[in-house]
Write a new protein. Structure first.
Lengths: 240, 240
DNA sequence: CGGGAAATATAACCGAAGTTAATGCGACGA
DNA sequence: TCGTCGCATTAACTTCGGTTATATTTCCCG
């Protein structure tokens, strides 16, 4: 009865079989959506909460000049936005990057879950805190890291997150991001992303091609990124 | 019985007099701390939750190379970090910028508040969401805005937040940040911050001196910043 | 299998912000 | 009252990453 979502939450609080069943049941309403499908648009009034069960999505904000800044990547098991119906209006948009399976939890059900089971509340809180930690790490990257460091850091983040949900081998994982998407995420131009990627490839640090990330020299990569995975608070692996 | 904290939360959920009294009582334990006092250091295991009742603080992360990135400013009424004791280890530090009055809420009391009163829980959630919105806005700034735009945007944010808690006049507010602190916040060098500030002053947009921000041309400032205050979800003024 | 769009790759040039360094100016304590 | 320390200011030079433009490759999809 478990799925990517219950797996993730189980890493954040000790959930009983009943809790897991409850959560799994809550996301029984699953939709298959194609790549490039908007789940939420800025300005929408949020109703259901979305949970990624399979595939990638990202949250982003457009600027008046047409630029786009990606704010976060959502992987299987992640909440898309855990607002719990408190906002009048979404302040950003969410779109799928690959074809995806998305569970739709009506807000009432979310609220019921939070009220009823303190374990689940706890797991939601924790999830929220981790997401916030990721946002903070992005701010640090954008503010103080060079282009190469930023990209290396994002690769570390995504690789570890993929590993935490069992979707990475020891040196490799799927990474279905074009250089344009990457550029929108790290606040660089696609041209410069290409230059940096070339550098990392030539220096035998990592390779990114045909939708997959291959880490050749993990130590060097983490060194360049100044990566400290602590902020991901990833208990999953240790528990499992 | 109200204070800066209960005022802020009242803007997020309808709190009864009893709720307010409960919250005010929860932060009866107030400490006066000097400027530059560390409330939380990265790596600490968090115990109590801190609430700013007066003065300014900021959260930041140090980089291996000695650089510093400020992640958020905390104003009167703000939670310093609403982790509710869920983390093993803080992933960033929090330090006062001015002399401040800080309330210390033991984690047990926080948990009790959350469990007991759904209004209060709701207000905490909302507060959390606003903070997250601020983080996202910072990412957009760092990723996609020029130096001038970034500084203009931060000034807009801080002015509006000060206004929301009744600490700004129609064109002015206290802003006790040195150019060095500002630089650490917007991800620029102090030298460049100075250049930009000079430009804004010469163009009669705004002035920043002796700890105060004076907005001369608010329309132009918001224009430069591409500021849309929506993300602050500031219901306070409208309700009051 | 072949044509077309999207994604990647490269090059030449430009400009915003970083670096380094020197100077000015208060505020505060001795 | 003076000296000092931190902050603000300014200048000269450098560099990282942006811009624009043009291949080239990949990968769909008929």
């Amino acid at each position: 009865m478990s799925n990517a979502f219950t797996d993730r939450l189980s890493g954040y609080a000790p959930l009983s079989d009943a809790d897991v069943a409850l959560l799994a049941d809550a996301c029984r309403n699953v939709r298959d959506v194609p790549a490039g499908h908007h789940m939420i648009r800025e300005g929408d009034s949020p109703d259901p909460v979305f949970v990624m069960l399979d595939g990638w999505a990202c949250g982003y904000k457009m600027l008046p000049d047409g630029g786009r800044q990606i704010l976060a990547f959502m992987l299987p098991g992640d909440f898309c936005d855990i607002h719990i119906a408190v906002l009048k209006e979404m302040d950003h948009s969410i779109v799928t990057i690959t074809p995806a399976k998305v569970a739709t939890l009506p807000r009432k059900q979310m609220e019921a879950l939070v009220e009823a089971k303190s374990n689940i509340t706890h797991a939601f809180w924790w999830s929220q805190l981790v997401d916030q930690g990721v946002l903070r790490a992005w701010i640090v990257s954008m503010g103080r890291r060079t282009a190469e460091e930023r990209i290396a850091h994002l690769m570390c983040e995504l690789y570890i997150r993929m590993r935490n949900i069992g979707l990475a081998t020891h040196d490799q994982c799927e990474l279905p991001l074009t250089q344009l998407v990457l550029a929108d995420a790290v606040g660089l131009t696609p041209v410069h992303v290409n230059r940096v990627l070339k550098g990392l490839r030539l220096n035998k640090v990592m390779e990114l091609s045909s939708g997959a990330l291959k880490i050749i020299d993990p130590v060097r990569l983490a060194e360049i990124a100044g990566f400290d995975g602590n902020y991901l608070h990833s208990r999953l692996i240790k528990v499992a």
